[in-house]
Design a protein around this ligand. Sequence first.
Ligand SMILES: C[S@@+](CC[C@H](N)C(=O)[O-])C[C@H]1O[C@@H](n2cnc3c(N)ncnc32)[C@H](O)[C@@H]1O
Length: 552
Amino acid sequence: MTDALIALEVPRGLPPQSLQCRWYSEPIRLLMLPRTSFLRNGKGYPVLSKQHQHFLTLLLRLRFPPWALLSDCGRIPLETTTAGGESEPTPGLTPAEAAASRLRDSVDDPTQHLQYMRHLQQSQPSRPPIERFGQGYQDYMQSPLQPLTDNLESITYEVFEKDPVKYEWYERAIALALKDLRALLGDERQVIVAVAGAGRGPLVTRVLQASRKTGINVKCYAVEKNPNAHLLLQRRNATDPLWANQVTVVASDMRSWPGPTTTDGSLTETDLLVSELLGSFADNELSPECLDGVQHVLHPGHGISIPQSFSAHLTPIASPRLHSDLLSRASTDISLSVSEKWEIPYVVMLHQFDYLSTAAVPATAEGPRTPDVQQAWSFSHPVPAEILAQARQRGAGGTAADTGTPYTGPSTNDHNARSCTLRFACADRGVCHGLAGYFETVLYSSPNDSHKNNNSAQQTIELSTNPVTMAEKSKDMISWFPIFFPLKTPLFIPDGGEMEVSMWRQTDDRKVWYEWVVEVYVRVAVGEEGGRKRMRVGISELHSSRRNGCMM
Ligand SMILES: C[S@@+](CC[C@H](N)C(=O)[O-])C[C@H]1O[C@@H](n2cnc3c(N)ncnc32)[C@H](O)[C@@H]1O
């Protein structure tokens, strides 16, 4: 549906969860609750079943919750009679239930259904942290940040810094890596740590805290190309007692930073490189390109990168709300032409949508369905030296996008191109409006088994926005909303259909962009031996963000 508003009458018997989820994704404006949808509790008061309450809770959390309309719930005549004088059957109720219900309604308070609804409204469970944090941002599409080409504002950093999980997990990963480095380098040697893309310094603080807690002496560098953030870093170095003027603040694109220097002024290498350059789809803020460009400062033997790896994940979704929002954006967004708005991904706190492909067996009959979220591709750091050497040989030298200074990173970027073809089974028919994208990252996975003996120390520290793994890996993390790759023309998928998603991360050595296309297949019987053939029944346009790619 697009642009239509729906009135939904909620029946006494709710349909399977897959259908309720489809209802939920549609623009329901009016929710009609007839008397027959209510049950009676032990004291004879009208109540809704647990399933109805759950469905209502979902709808009440929407950015634009529907109006609830109670129908046929007030005082009613004792008997509803037909023209022939017989009692009329009440739909959904047995004759005995109908008689009892009519009798109670006629003698009791006629507002009891209304009072119950108000009670439900007031006793709603509290929203999960990400929803509280993103209140007002549900289904609001924004262009992804480009921290490499744009300089972020202080308020944007302040929002990042509110995350209750991300920095804590980074500190754990840093502490683990410091312990492994000490085991390798010995107690005497100071561990050299660089925070690449330090922003206002929250990760620098975590490095210093990890150092203090583990008792491992560090020399810390904070590298940042945003001049405004650089000033804040300097101030913090001078005023924060934990920093105590011990941090070397470097104003530079990380790709053109020569590296730390020793007391005699000669260049040396870092043992640990900490960065947080991840976008909603992992690599969409050019983390791979930036980390390649700074890898020359990392010790080629024992140097550790936090994060060690990251991966992009996706799943097809139905979201009439996002589709109609994009349709209506025709003339308002001056930065994009009418057709280009379909050719870029958006960062969005997905809310009123439905997964089109879910695991065959739901975790529990009542519980949420598990979406089929598949990995598109991944990146690992540090990159093997031969790969960077080959890239350097193929190109003729690069220039850091913002500074114009020559940088030492590879000058062709082919090794950071990626592609995938993923198949998604869709048990129930539906309409695909685009792809939801997420990421996972391994901040640090220690090869050292001795951490296992320490109960509180996990060996692998990960972050995830993937709905399937987030609760296990980084529950309540709020820093990232998902990404949405729209389809210009929605695609219908029949019952038992299959979607094939092809996606590319493309690069021309100056910028990076994404391309995506979705096909729909069914399996049809062929011949008399029960053979089945895969037949394509739908295909989307090829979408490409090349014209609005991310500059390197
Ligand atoms: C997502 S922010 C993270 C900031 C901070 N580490 C935090 O966690 O709050 C990424 C930071 O990296 C910086 N950055 C991005 N690319 C960079 C580059 N090539 N060289 C230096 N800094 C860079 C941006 O200016 C921004 O401050």
